[in-house]
Design a protein around this ligand. Structure first.
Ligand SMILES: Nc1ncnc2c1ncn2[C@@H]1O[C@H](COP(=O)(O)OP(=O)(O)OP(=O)(O)O)[C@@H](O)[C@H]1O
Ligand SMILES: [Mg+2]
Length: 228
């Protein structure tokens, strides 16, 4: 689905990896390692300076950016909703393409486990966890194949983070999505991932199975990182 060949961008150096359909990849490593920089290459919020990135067999820059961003959805740490109601936010993307249908509102809220009467609520009145659910629903409204998640639960309290995690788990299963998630929470990485990429100083130092790579690190760097 995605293939990186000798990719350089900013701090990132010689990034090589592939992601198959329905992979659940956890990207983790120290702060400043280049996790967000790498994640943003997959929907062209960043473009590589050198090397090649393929999406579904075709160079990423040969896909139209609009199509690419519909297929590759992004959810950030802080929910970036715009002022208005929940419905305003989730219908925005599909409406741009004339693809909004009224029945989708309830369906999308179902996916993220919010009651349908939330559609008319003002987003300012929602809790942090509810906002993150709406952010997810808004991304799902475009029916993406791939979900990019940049620390989607790190701004939430423990209990709320667990709830969002459960929502994510169900979504991956039901919609057969492919995921690349950045997280600092290693127990979350264990629960949600089937593969891991450990990145440090802009380089992928380990590419392995999750959770095995956390139990048997191959490099000294990962072993040290796990001790902290
Ligand atoms: N737009 C930019 N211009 C210049 N340097 C940048 C830019 N964005 C990030 N950087 C630098 O690139 C490096 C990697 O940043 P990045 O945000 O990818 O790290 P990260 O692994 O996501 O860290 P964190 O865990 O803190 O989110 C950092 O040194 C950062 O200062
Ligand atoms: Mg980051």
């Amino acid at each position: 689905m995605f293939r990186f060949e000798h990719v350089y961008q900013g701090v990132l150096q010689d990034i090589n990896f592939s992601m198959e359909k329905q992979d659940k990849v956890i990207l983790f490593g120290p702060s400043g390692a280049g996790k967000s920089t790498l994640l943003f290459l997959l929907n062209r919020l960043n473009d590589s300076e050198q090397g090649d990135i393929y999406f579904n067999g075709k160079p990423i820059e040969e896909h139209s950016i609009t199509d690419l961003r519909k297929q590759v959805g992004l959810v950030l740490q802080a929910p970036n909703l715009f002022p208005g109601t929940v419905l305003d936010n989730i219908k925005y993307g599909p409406s741009l393409f004339g693809e909004w249908e009224e029945h989708k509102g309830k369906e999308l809220l179902d996916y993220v486990q919010l009651p349908s009467d939330y559609l008319d609520r003002d987003v300012d009145q929602l809790s942090g966890g509810e906002k993150q659910r709406v952010s997810l629903a808004r991304t799902l409204a475009n029916s993406p194949e791939v979900l990019l998640l940049d620390e989607p639960t790190s701004a939430l309290d423990y209990r709320t983070a667990e709830e969002i995690e459960e929502v994510l788990e169900c979504l991956m299963e039901e919609h057969k999505l492919t995921m690349l998630m950045v997280t600092h929470n290693l127990s979350q990485a264990r629960r949600l991932g089937n593969r891991g990429l450990f990145i440090s100083d802009g380089q992928i130092l380990e590419d392995g199975k999750m959770p095995q790579m956390l139990d048997q690190p191959k490099t000294e760097e990962l072993a040290k990182f796990l001790e902290q």
